[in-house]
Design a binder for this molecule. Structure first.
Ligand SMILES: C[S@@+](CC[C@H](N)C(=O)[O-])C[C@H]1O[C@@H](n2cnc3c(N)ncnc32)[C@H](O)[C@@H]1O
Length: 287
């Protein structure tokens, strides 16, 4: 059998299993089924080895960003959505229950093919749910242009849990690819991934568990923190402007009443509140 060519970004893919493990302690649909089907618990234990007894504070960030992105997206009521680096996110299955919505999930080939099989197992075929292999950094762009989309309707592009693994040059390529698609269709890009080192350090002060998880993720993904994060929040805004976008941000604190992972994981609400207060979802439009 011909194996798909190895991609240097494949080292990032196992982190999708960790995230899937954390997400099952929430009320987000399909997350328990997905975590069970991929045995996310074993993957999580293996990756974290002796640290697996740590409280899963990361679930706050994972549930927070999923719901904050949904909230930001609701303002636009999009009819077509491109999700980048979908991993084991259930959003495509959840949203395409609305037959009028077009949803395209994307990821690297190995992860996407695994996801497509899982979706088939859980919900079968959905005519409005599509799967596209996209390396977000590829140039020329692999973002679908003519396939899937209605030409007269804007697109919402979503991305959670990827850009913080990419260095500045790789990020620039993603911004260029998003820009190209939005220039054709119009729309917005909503992401939680523009993280700066100052807020990252503050969050890791609040939760030592996050510090350990962060160190482990950096080790397995082989990505350097200093190359992949912005130094300051101002740099995030400056970068987005330079790449041709207007950028707005919203704190995730308003997601606090919707958090469901606290009780099952025994997380202190004060810690959750402090983590969310220093985490943001960004909405970008072309300038
Ligand atoms: C931390 S996981 C996040 C997955 C998912 N967004 C979530 O929140 O659960 C990172 C994801 O990025 C994908 N990925 C890594 N490099 C990529 C690239 N260059 N282009 C597209 N996807 C990539 C991985 O395969 C993996 O699914």
């Amino acid at each position: 059998m011909i194996q798909p060519a190895a991609n240097p970004f494949d080292k990032i893919s196992p982190t999708a299993l960790m995230v899937a493990h954390a997400r099952q302690f929430t009320d987000i649909p399909y997350t328990q089924a997905l975590a069970t089907l991929v045995d996310a618990r074993s993957a999580f234990d293996q990756l974290l080895s002796q640290s697996s007894a740590l409280p899963l504070d990361m679930a706050v960030m994972i549930e927070g960003r999923y719901k904050a992105i949904n909230q930001a997206m609701a303002e636009f009521a999009p009819t077509q959505i491109l999700e980048l680096a979908s991993g084991l996110l259930p959003r495509g299955m959840v949203m395409t229950q609305d037959p009028n919505l077009i949803f395209v999930e994307s990821d690297l080939p190995i992860m996407l093919s695994r996801k497509q099989k899982l979706v088939q197992q859980l919900v079968g075929d959905r005519p409005n749910l599509h799967f596209a292999v996209i390396d977000v950094t590829a140039q020329p762009s692999q973002f679908p242009i003519d396939a899937y989309w209605q030409p007269d309707q804007p697109i919402a592009i979503l991305c959670e849990g990827l850009l913080m693994y990419l260095d500045q040059t790789e990020k620039q390529r993603v911004f260029a690819n998003v820009r190209e698609l939005l220039q054709i269709y119009g729309g917005v890009w909503i992401t939680s991934d523009l993280v700066d080192l100052e807020s990252l350090h503050r969050r890791r002060e609040i939760s030592p568990a996050l510090r350990q998880v962060g160190a482990m993720i950096a080790r397995i993904s082989d990505r350097s923190k200093t190359e992949c994060y912005f130094d300051t929040f101002e740099q995030v805004q400056q970068f987005a402007h330079q790449q041709g976008f207007q950028i707005q941000h919203q704190s995730m604190l308003n997601i606090m009443p919707q958090l469901t992972c606290l009780q099952p994981l025994g997380i202190n609400p004060k810690i959750a509140e402090a983590l969310l207060a220093d985490s943001f979802v960004f909405t970008l439009r072309l300038r």
